[in-house]
Write a protein that binds this ligand. Structure first.
Ligand code: HMG
Ligand code: MG
Length: 300
């Protein structure tokens, strides 16, 4: 019989990963309203924006304003991406709870995304992690292109483990392993996790699936079977990395929550409130959201 946990933690990345890939600019007040609705839906973690260069990700240039205007709900960790010290300095001017550093397991994507080689990235992130921790923040570390790179194709799991170990050695509190372009299949996830668990503890690991080829939920199921209990997802299935050719939507939170609740796994998330928040961003973006739950919602 399939072994399932009683509870899963869902980390909402829609306001960051979701909106960074939208061509339509979302007004700041709508982002704030959306994040406030998410805060009411039962999450324990919301990634609200990125303190990156506005030329690279113009969609999130209002990160500071968003950070200072959202209503903070006790019990929720409000997190943001930071690529370097400049981003961290701005993030620390807000009362962000957690910062997320990010890099790639593949050279070409790392270069395209943050303009540095993997080796050049380590000292930058080491300083960010050290300073963030000194300021009393927790730190998350994303590893991208874990299951495939848009420029290099297959990425050996050894490379993923190397980058992951470096991030953990720097002091990150949690790793999030990203299928940036949504190429992973369940067997591949099974084999990768089998190798990773020999070297890293799963209590420090979250999975971050994109659903480009419709395999994200199947990949979650395999990860659950391995004992992973933290997953990133994006409301409506919005998302993608503008610096990863072909990257599209993240796993949709409402589809993930639906599957978990149907299987008796609790998430703390209220499904009707989630659908309301999804309908809000659907109206704001003026496009039908790709998730299965929202497809059903539209047909009612
Ligand atoms: P760069 O051009 O190499 O930066 O960009 P630089 O250090 O050479 O500095 C150039 C100028 O940028 C300077 O200004 C800096 O002050 C400024 P000047 O002196 O010329 O006036 N600058 C900044 N301004 C604002 N905020 C900053 C910042 N840093 C420098 N933080 C940089 C390097 C990392 C900044 C750039 O490449 C960048 O912003 N990249 C972000 C790309 C990004 O956000 N990608 C998407 C997120 S990753 C993702 O989606 C994957 C994930 O979801 C997991 C998965 O799915 O796998 C997490
Ligand atoms: Mg992503």
């Amino acid at each position: 019989m399939l072994e399932l946990p009683e509870e899963v933690t869902i980390k909402e990345v829609g306001p960051r990963d979701g909106l960074q890939n939208e061509s339509r600019e979302v007004p700041t007040e709508d982002k704030i309203s959306w994040i406030n609705q998410l805060s009411e839906a039962g999450y324990s973690y919301i990634e609200f924006s990125s303190f990156v260069h506005p030329k690279w990700i113009p969609q999130l240039k209002d990160a500071k304003q968003v950070a200072s205007s959202i209503e903070r709900k006790p019990g929720i960790t409000y997190a943001a991406l930071v690529p370097n010290m400049k981003g961290l300095e701005t993030a620390l001017e807000t009362d962000v709870d957690e910062v997320s550093v990010f890099m790639s397991a593949s050279e070409s994507h790392n270069k395209k995304n943050i303009n540095k080689s993997i080796e050049e990235t380590y000292p930058v992130l080491r300083e960010v992690v050290q300073e963030a921790k000194g300021a009393g923040k927790t730190v998350r570390g994303y590893v991208s292109t874990v299951f495939g790179c848009p420029y290099e194709g297959h990425i050996p799991v050894r490379q993923v483990i190397d980058v992951s170990k470096q991030l953990l050695d720097m002091g990150v509190d949690e790793l999030s392993l990203g299928d940036t372009i949504g190429v992973a299949n369940p067997k591949q996830v099974d084999m990768a996790l089998y190798e990773i668990r020999k070297q890293l503890s799963f209590k420090d690991i979250a999975m971050h699936f994109h659903n480009t080829r419709g395999m994200a939920l199947a990949n979650v199921l395999v990860s659950l079977d391995h004992g992973i209990t933290t997953f990133d997802s994006s409301l409506g299935g919005l998302g993608g990395c503008p610096y990863a050719k072909g990257a599209s939507g993240n796993l949709a939170t409402e589809d993930l929550v639906h599957m978990l609740h149907q299987m008796g796994v609790s998430t703390g998330i209220d499904e009707p409130k989630l659908r309301q928040a999804a309908s809000f961003i659907q109206r704001t973006l003026n496009k039908p959201l790709a998730s299965h739950v929202m497809q059903i919602e539209r047909s009612r």
